[in-house]
Design a protein around this ligand. Structure first.
Ligand SMILES: [Zn+2]
Length: 336
């Protein structure tokens, strides 16, 4: 039987997404909240259940699946066949690491191809193959979302590191004695400029919504747009710290292009992008920073899906997808 189907798994702190694809199109996406309680096999069982639902909905046999590529939330350590992801463990359970590849291999067999990577490392690969990074050999992908992360390609080579955590940009320290970060350090950029941190700082600074509803990160930016002075100060300060982070990234990696994604950035790029660029032009090592392009993610919501798939696509399928751009079309979604 021909192995002509591809499965991409995107394990996030909030949702697990499983996509089913052919060499030319997306067939289906299933989205469910990430289960965080139960035994150590809870996560992989949830993923296999979602895969089974997709296969039966599409009437595909598991022997027809070419490969399963997984992009997992970080910080992330690939322990052979197991994964350790503190952003998913915790919250009532004490998972230190969970089995991953062996249950998948038991389900699909050894003829199926498997890929597994930190979401930021696989996202830069997806942007390089299919998005704004096409044609560049030196690029950095940065996501500014609930957290902050990134991935780095230098001279066409994807940086992985000893535990596949190279490019953990969110934990660059930008402020001495700054806020406590989830990683245990103080003053990481994630503890200042992630969506979660912007909201926490706004609450600490007494920013409130006039109608009495609960403050959200989106509402902090809405208040900025309305000219609220406290929100303005907070967002300008946030941009300065992001500027320090980008300046450090440029000095360290000498990129041609920096691609920025993530919901906090994408929803507010009109505010953030020009100010980040202005900061860099004034505060960076000029000879290295000059000419570096800053662009929003082209793959938007599809970064995670393509991140998983990019780990298993053979070269011929990569080329076909580059030409056809299936992520530009509507995709069938099953939620919950
Ligand atoms: Zn940190």
């Amino acid at each position: 039987m021909d192995r002509k189907y591809f499965i991409g798994v995107d394990i996030g702190g909030t949702n697990v997404r499983v996509v089913f694809a052919t060499d030319s199109e997306f067939l289906l996406k299933i989205i469910r909240p990430t289960q965080k309680k139960g035994s150590e096999t809870t996560l992989i069982n949830q993923i296999i259940e979602m895969i089974e639902l997709g296969l039966s909905t599409l009437q595909i046999q598991k022997e027809e699946v070419f490969g399963v590529g997984t992009s997992s939330a970080g910080p992330f350590v690939d322990r052979g066949t197991r994964i350790w992801t503190p952003n998913i463990s915790g919250d009532g359970n004490d998972w230190k690491d969970v089995p991953y590849l062996i249950p998948l291999q038991e389900y699909f067999g050894l003829q199926c191809k498997y890929g597994l990577a930190n979401d930021c490392v696989s996202s830069v690969k997806a942007e390089h193959l299919f998005g704004a990074g096409q044609g560049f050999s030196n690029l950095v992908y940065v996501t500014i979302s609930t957290g902050i992360g990134g991935g780095i390609i230098v001279n066409g080579h994807l940086l992985e590191g000893k535990s596949k955590n190279a490019g953990h940009i969110g934990h660059l320290i930008v402020k001495k004695d700054g806020p406590l970060c989830g990683c245990g350090q103080h003053g990481c950029i994630e503890s200042i400029a992630s969506g979660k941190s912007i909201l926490r700082r706004a609450k600490e600074q007494g920013i409130i919504v006039k109608d009495g509803t609960e403050l959200t990160t989106k509402k902090v930016f809405d208040l900025y747009r309305e000219g609220n002075p406290k929100a303005k100060t907070l967002i300008h300060e946030t941009i300065e710290y992001l500027g320090i982070m980008f300046s450090d990234i440029i000095s360290l990696t000498d990129p041609e292009i920096i691609i920025i994604g993530g919901s906090v950035f994408m929803n507010n790029k009109d505010i953030l992008l020009p100010r980040i660029i202005a900061y860099i032009s004034e505060h960076s090592f000029r000879q290295i920073a000059e000419g570096v392009k800053f662009v929003p993610s082209e793959l938007k919501d599809f970064v995670g899906d393509l991140a998983g798939l990019s780990l298993i696509f053979p070269p011929s399928v990569i080329q076909r997808w580059q030409n056809l751009k299936p992520w530009k079309h509507k995709i069938r979604i099953i939620k919950n």
